[in-house]
Ligand binder design. Structure first.
Ligand code: NOJ
Ligand code: CA
Length: 708
């Protein structure tokens, strides 16, 4: 009787509004999001196929000089809806993308203050997006200053995580695979050196974060549509296995100046039992706004070579002279300088790259070190470090562009900002105009070193707004942008498809800075590439660098990256003379497409292997790539994605049986033969290796045998 009475009391309390639950399920019914107000505090939870994946997790904000937005809420209403639309990206992995979700919008008011904080949840078959919305109308919230966003992700166990250290200034780390509970003991060892870095907690990690549960679920946490807001990190409470959002502060420790009406970026949780679905998901793109650029006819995927690896690998320099102890732009007289003889961006060398690009069908030639200032470009927290206008005496900007254009090639501009974003903004219009004057339509920008304004971070709100400004301003000039060291992407390339690339992770340059551990390129598509393409700059054929470093890869593994690392911008990073030694293997880089009608992930396990097949846009040709991590991998490749009834010629570029990423990286085999949709190929990749296949509809089958 007493127990019955207690139960009745609890039911009454529930009815009185202390716990109110709203639910929304994905279109296929497998993913369920539940929102509750418990004791006037907002919580959400997520289950997949009936199993909890995210336990009840808090939502809300702590504010500066104002009461927090964490409790005291009443639900004012809720609205559910369904959305199903198919859109066409300007470039991408697939010709069309379906955006299909069910939405729950929850209205909340903090009774005491009259401030409104609405929550929007979108539930897809493969994950969830949630964001905060702050309307101005009907709310007492106008300007507010964020102390911390308090979004929790309460996990159900000590999952496996593939993580890099949380850092306000760099993402250029190698990934670690460990249990969540092992992050703290490993953390310090994993913070390897970078030109600018600021970690904040021994359990702080970056997104996109890939997790795997012991019962085989893959969970991925990231954000979408990061606009006018600091980038989010995650900090783990490793006693309870709860991640909390941890925003990047500005120079004063503030985590966002907001003005209503406004909204947070989407917080995303992908959940699937199939690792391949993490790679094929378009969750992040779908949560971004449609394209805002009206005329996109000038945006085009590009394959390029560049005066770049010479400097990175120690063969040449960006600087013209070694005479100046420092440089003052406008005062330092380069006409009087004695050239060091190591300046790679000189007329003759640039012409050599243009000739090579033209001969092999590349659209672009990146030239770094073309402009004055590199003698003294970083390390001194210098504001006025480049003017982005004045070429070195041995770089004839007019003649070189004319020469390139005469051969059907475009030079790609380089703007290293040295992280002086103030200085870049001061010069941006003139810099973009100079590009237009000479016929450049793409720029690689860079943000090496500590940010200026001093004390700001690479991922604080002011920097996010700078990167955004650069993209939008570039679009005004019909310029495509590939930003290095900028914030990791969050799908904004859907809205601004002139953002054709970002680095924002440890790229191939680290092969020349001591080497990259195999497995890196088998985790990046799960993590960094979730938000958009990476300018990974693959294609190293000569692993030994002039500076003594060695690239940890095989030629087979390098070729695979043109397929596995999706990007509309792909570099062939090595020197022309190194490709000339292996023209048969180089043929794959020449042939591989950049833009696709269809992409299929055939095999995947984070950091171990990824095998992808893509159908070139507007063509019947397919390209396959497979990369491996620290273990060799055997693929049984069913070509059932090919058109039935057609015969194709497949060219397989594989690791030779005796290939070894350390001792025999240039050992590859090239096999040509006929394949159909019924073919099954057995392929072997060595550790740190891989294979690439081009599959072209057969016109002439003479002399060719079926491939086995
Ligand atoms: C770092 C970039 O990642 C690299 O590609 C570039 O060459 C240097 N900065 C110089 O701008
Ligand atoms: Ca970099």
């Amino acid at each position: 009787m007493r127990r019955f009475f207690m139960l009745m009391c609890l039911v009454c309390l529930g009815l009185a509004g202390r716990v109110h639950a709203s639910e929304v399920t994905s279109p296929n019914g497998e993913m369920k999001l539940t929102f509750t107000l418990r004791d006037s505090k907002p919580y959400y939870s997520v289950s997949f196929r009936g199993k909890p994946v995210i336990k009840p997790s808090r939502l809300g904000y702590e504010l500066h000089n104002a009461e927090s937005l964490l409790e005291g809420f009443t639900q004012t209403g809720e609205k559910t809806s369904t959305f199903d639309e198919t859109w066409t990206p300007v470039w991408g992995e697939n010709k069309t993308i379906r955006n299909h979700y069910k939405e729950l919008l929850v209205g909340l008011i903090q009774e005491k203050t009259g401030r409104v904080m609405n929550l929007r949840f979108r539930v897809y078959d493969e994950g969830v997006g949630l964001r905060y919305e702050f309307p101005q109308e009907g709310s007492k919230l106008n300007y507010f200053v964020v102390k911390e966003e308090c979004t929790e992700f309460a996990l159900t166990g000590d999952h496996i995580a593939w993580w890099i250290p949380g850092d306000y200034d760099t993402q250029e780390y190698e990934y670690s695979r460990s249990r969540l509970s092992e992050i703290r003991p490993l953390f310090k060892k994993k913070v390897t050196d970078n030109a600018s870095q600021t970690s904040f907690s021994e359990t702080g990690v970056q997104t996109s974060l890939q997790l795997k549960t012991d019962d085989g679920l893959y969970i991925n946490l990231h954000e979408a549509a990061l606009v006018n807001y600091p980038a989010m990190h995650l900090n783990l409470d490793d006693k309870n296995m709860v991640f909390r959002s941890w925003l990047t502060p500005d120079a004063q420790g503030i985590k966002g100046y907001l003005q209503t009406p406004c909204q947070s970026p989407w917080r995303t949780i992908m959940i699937t039992d199939d690792a391949r679905k993490v790679l094929s998901s378009h969750l992040i793109l779908n949560l971004n706004e449609p394209c805002k650029i009206k005329d996109t006819s000038w945006i085009h995927p590009t394959k390029y070579v560049g005066v770049w690896w010479e400097m990175i690998s120690g063969k040449g320099d960006w600087a013209y002279t070694s005479q100046f102890p420092s440089v003052k732009l406008g005062i330092t007289d380069y006409a009087k300088a004695k050239p060091s003889g190591r300046h790679s961006a000189n007329n003759e060398n640039v012409r050599r790259y243009i000739d090579f690009a033209a001969q092999h069908g590349f659209g672009g030639v990146l030239v770094e070190g073309w402009n004055i200032g590199w003698e003294d470009w970083f390390g001194n927290s210098k504001e006025y470090v480049f003017d982005f206008q004045t070429p070195y005496p041995d770089f004839d900007i007019k003649a070189l562009n004319e020469y390139a254009h005469s051969k059907g090639v475009k030079l790609i501009m380089h703007h290293e900002t040295s992280s002086s974003i103030m200085n870049y903004e001061k010069h941006m219009d003139r810099a973009y105009q100079l590009m237009k004057d000479y016929g450049y339509d793409a720029v690689k920008s860079g943000y090496v070193g500590n940010l200026i304004p001093r004390g700001e971070h690479h991922y604080s709100q002011i920097a996010i707004n700078h990167y955004q400004h650069a993209i939008e301003r570039a679009a005004d000039y019909k310029i495509m942008v590939n930003a290095h060291e900028a914030v990791r992407p969050t799908g904004l390339c859907r809205t601004y498809p002139n953002l054709i690339g970002n680095e924002s992770a440890r790229g191939t340059e680290y092969q020349a800075f001591g080497g990259i551990t195999p497995g890196h390129t088998a985790i990046l598509p799960f993590t960094r590439l979730q938000g958009g393409p990476m300018d990974y700059t693959p294609g190293i054929f000569e692993m030994q660098c002039s500076n003594g470093s060695r690239a940890n890869s095989t030629i087979g593994g390098q070729l695979a990256l043109y397929v596995t690392m999706y990007s509309p911008l792909q570099m062939a990073a090595d020197f022309p003379e190194n490709y000339e030694k292996h023209l048969d293997a180089f043929q794959f880089i020449k042939d591989v497409a950049l833009d696709w009608d269809k992409s299929i992930y055939l095999e995947a396990e984070p950091m171990e292997y990824i095998t992808a097949a893509r159908k070139a846009k507007g063509s019947s040709s397919w390209f396959v790539g497979s990369v491996t991590g620290l273990k060799p991998h055997n693929s049984t490749l069913r070509l059932d994605f090919l058109d039935k009834g057609k015969t194709y010629v497949a060219t397989v570029y594989a690791d030779a049986p005796d290939a070894d990423y350390k001792t025999n990286p240039q050992a590859y085999t090239i096999t040509k033969g006929l394949v159909t949709a019924k073919s099954v190929l057995k392929l072997h990749s060595v550790a740190g290796g891989g294979y690439a296949i081009s599959i072209v509809e057969a016109k002439d089958t003479k002399g060719l045998k079926p491939l086995k």
